[in-house]
Design a protein around this ligand. Structure first.
Ligand code: ZN
Ligand code: ZN
Ligand code: ZN
Ligand code: ZN
Ligand code: ZN
Ligand code: ZN
Length: 439
């Protein structure tokens, strides 16, 4: 009874091995070593020997979560029928899924090879610096604010240690630092954008005024020649005070409330120093074309005279103001001997360019002085004739502009009202326009 079986067994054993190809294209746990291949085949073999090779060249085996493996019989006709547990097989080839060079690290840990289009630097192998870690579509986490991905484990942490909520695209972080919700502040006009505290302060600085909610877009330009560092305090558009040192039609120097408040008690030399330093800063900031450099100039001394009157109620004549500039130039020249820095050089250039206009203004002032003095005397006469002796004794000549025919006079504050009364009549009698200096 047993004989034929033994004979058949022997025949099978001596029969050539059945050639097959393993098709692993739908299998997720592709073996990586000969041992793993042997282990996989051992799992498959009990099922393989139960199939009929002539029923079709390919047989599929479902391995659940791991996917499917197919076995191709390369020569079904010559295979023993039926296959037996001791049939020998020869694996002639393996069809593997296309190699995924950029595989998700998270998926790989779960035994799957999945294409990962994004980088996760946290997943990078420290031993293989060339190859950044990868993360797949499913496992990629994106925070708001920038298109950097990471896997769940490597979501960046805020400086405080908490998991970050968004990247800060502010001027300091530039999308490279992420912060938690508690350390982000929304863009005032766009709730979808947030910045860290520092970037928010840089981008939307608070106005220096108490309780002002405005953004301090403007910086105080106050500086002095001895320390060419601008105050820089931030002021909103509404609270910015321009010191109109370049006349009424040019942008004056922006000052914070503290520096604006100090002007009145700063001596004329100090005020001229601030004007010169501010002009040097502007000239330096626009370096480039010679034409734009030429446009930055010191204000003419006719304007400076009014600046001094308006800011500190000092009425100086043109010669005195000219001497302030000449004195400043001399001090800079003495100080700059030997080690001359760029600011001193610019200051001396500006002062040099300023000199001819000063000379002209002084000259014209002298001429107008003579003419203006004549009108001034007429004014005083007219005041005495109308019995306004107190005003006649207190009024002072300030300036005369022959082009606009304006006589500037100075009247003490207590007499201003009396002086303004009847001014039309006085103008008619004297024959020129009369303006009262604010002083
Ligand atoms: Zn993945
Ligand atoms: Zn990662
Ligand atoms: Zn930031
Ligand atoms: Zn935080
Ligand atoms: Zn403000
Ligand atoms: Zn300031």
């Amino acid at each position: 009874m047993n004989q034929p079986t033994t004979a058949a067994t022997w025949a099978l054993r001596s029969a050539p091995a059945v050639p097959v190809t393993l098709d692993l294209r739908d299998f997720r746990r592709v073996p990586r070593s000969p041992d793993e291949y042997a282990a996989l085949w051992q799992r498959l073999e009990p099922s393989v020997v139960r199939v009929n090779p002539t029923a079709g060249p390919r047989v599929r085996f479902d391995l659940g979560d791991e996917g499917r493996v197919a076995v191709w019989f390369l020569a079904p006709a010559s295979a023993p029928r039926p296959l037996a547990p001791d049939t020998r097989f020869a694996i002639r080839g393996v069809l593997e899924p296309p190699e995924v060079r950029q595989a998700c690290t998270t998926c790989r840990a779960a035994g799957a090879t999945v294409y990962a289009p994004y980088r996760c630097y946290g997943c990078s192998d420290p031993a293989d610096a060339q190859r950044a870690g990868r993360v797949c579509e499913t496992h990629a986490v994106f925070l708001d604010g920038a298109l950097h991905a990471s896997c769940e484990r490597h979501v960046p942490a805020c400086r405080c240690g908490t998991r970050a909520a968004a990247w800060c695209a502010g001027p300091l972080c530039r999308g490279r630092k992420a912060w938690c919700g508690a350390h982000l502040r929304p863009h005032p006009g766009d709730p979808t954008v947030a910045y860290c505290e520092d970037c928010h302060a840089e981008r939307f600085p608070a106005c220096e005024r108490d309780r002002c909610r405005g953004t301090g877009y403007i910086r105080c330009e106050h500086l002095t020649l001895s320390a060419m560092k601008a105050c820089g305090r931030r002021v909103c558009v509404e609270h910015a005070q321009r010191w109109q040192v370049y006349g009424p039609f040019s942008r004056g120097l922006v000052l914070c409330s503290r520096h604006h408040g100090q002007l009145g008690s700063t001596p004329p030399e100090g005020l001229i120093d601030i004007v010169l330093a501010g002009t040097v800063a502007r000239a330096g900031g626009r370096r480039g074309t010679a034409a734009s450099e030429r446009r930055v100039q010191l204000p003419r001394i006719t304007i400076v005279r009014h600046i001094l009157i308006n800011t500190r109620r000092s009425v100086l004549d043109m010669e005195e103001i000219d001497r302030l500039f000449t004195g400043l130039e001399q001090r800079l020249r003495d100080k700059g001997q030997g080690r001359r820095d760029a600011n001193v050089t610019t200051a001396l250039r500006l002062l040099g360019e300023h000199r001819p206009s000063r000379r002209k203004d002084v000259e014209r002032f002298r001429e107008q002085h003579v003419e203006g003095r004549g009108y001034f005397d007429l004014l005083v006469q007219e005041l005495r004739r109308t019995n306004r002796h107190e005003l006649a004794g207190a009024v002072e000549f300030s300036d005369f502009r022959s082009n606009s025919r304006i006589l500037w006079v100075k009247v003490p504050a207590r007499l201003r009202e009396a002086g303004l009364r009847d001014i039309k009549h006085l103008q008619r009698r004297v024959g020129v326009n009369i303006n009262l200096e604010r002083g």
